[in-house]
Write a protein that binds this ligand. Structure first.
Ligand code: SAM
Length: 336
């Protein structure tokens, strides 16, 4: 076994003493949906040469695990539209139990039906599925053309394959706020946790986000009239506060970057599909790893990661009423 001091030496620790054990790794900026709050309608995607190859992603993951990262979440864009994703998941899955504790994935579910079993076989045990509405017409409107039936088929396949599912729903005033109670009841019936998310001001989306911004403290109060929400002390180092939902086996999470800052215990960094690594979702502070992975060698990658950690911001400062987005890049670029 490696002596603890050596592992501590390599650990990714920021000046606030926060240790990075969790990485969100975007495998593509592309997506087959165009959610209104996330992307512009005519989103221009990056040329292939700008994107890390699967081998480069796997190598970076190895380095991160060596530096103390124990959880990796694959994201995007839509991770399941990346060609070769099954091979990448299998190769990362082989690290589980060898430094890596958990490999997870966040998906919109449209391609899940054909990938669910592969994910499970590779060692993935839980996934997040984004689902802002279960109603066909609404889903089509919010995603600008998506087919909710495919997502439902994906969810069924994932559950049948043995994957635990958490549903992520962005609360949108006037678009899905009246459906949140139904969604919670449906999740409870299926044994899925549900996390509600406030819209964050990331990237230009051609729409005025303030129109659909829904503060989740009011939602929580309303849900409290129909469900018993018992606050828990569970924290994942991430942004959500959790509630047990009385009489069910599920948990409700609230991600409230605007009404409740969530950064103090941050344990994560985000790798974009280009190999740019961000210390914070709401800041531009970053290092570029792509060229270093291509020709710089391990020491150069380590040095860049140390630089990133040295400058990791304490937290973000999202304001829905600010004149423009907090950062210019979209969630799909940073890796949501
Ligand atoms: N395509 C995958 C999915 O749909 O889960 C992964 C990437 S997506 C960017 C990750 C999550 O970010 C989704 O749940 C999406 O709803 C959320 N998201 C995107 N833009 C957002 C924004 N501006 N504010 C809040 N959540 C956002």
């Amino acid at each position: 076994m490696q002596p603890l001091a050596a592992a501590d030496d390599k650990a990714l620790v920021d000046p606030f003493g926060r240790r990075i054990t969790y990485v969100r790794l975007s495998v593509t900026d592309r997506c087959d949906l165009r959610c209104r709050y996330c992307m512009a309608k005519t989103m221009r995607f990056l040329p292939k040469s700008d994107i890390l190859t699967l081998a480069e992603i796997a190598r970076l993951a190895d380095i991160l695990v060596d530096r103390g990262v124990t959880r990796i979440r694959l994201t995007g864009g839509e991770p399941l539209v990346r060609r070769g994703i099954a091979d990448l998941v299998s190769s990362l899955g082989a690290r589980i139990g060898r430094g890596l504790d958990e490999l997870t994935l966040t998906t919109n579910g449209t391609q899940l039906e054909r990938h669910a079993e592969v994910l499970f076989r590779a060692g993935v045990r839980r996934i997040n599925v984004s689902l802002d509405s279960r109603r066909e017409d609404r889903f089509r409107h919010i995603t600008r053309g998506g087919d909710v039936g495919r997502v439902m088929a994906g969810i069924d396949a994932a559950a049948a394959a043995g994957l635990r599912i958490k549903v992520n729903m962005v609360g949108l005033k006037g678009l899905n706020e009246d459906e949140i109670g139904d969604m919670l009841a449906w999740c409870a019936g299926r044994g899925f946790d549900l996390t509600l998310i406030e819209t964050m001001p990331l990237g230009e989306v051609e729409e005025d986000r303030t129109r659909h911004y829904l503060p989740l403290d009011s939602v929580r109060a309303r849900l409290g009239g129909h469900f018993t929400l018992i606050p828990t002390l569970v924290r994942t180092g991430g942004p959500a506060r959790y509630f047990d939902v009385g009489g069910t086996s599920i948990r409700l999470g609230l991600i409230t970057p605007l009404t409740g800052n969530f950064c103090g215990g941050c344990n994560r960094i985000r790798v974009a599909a280009t190999g740019t690594v961000y210390g914070c979702l709401g800041h531009d502070q970053k290092v570029e790893l792509r060229d270093l992975l291509r020709s710089g060698g391990r020491a150069a990658v380590d040095e860049a990661l140390d630089r990133l950690l040295a400058g990791k911001p304490l937290g973000h400062d999202f304001r829905i009423d600010a004149p423009g987005p907090a950062v210019a890049r979209h969630m799909s670029v940073t890796g949501g």
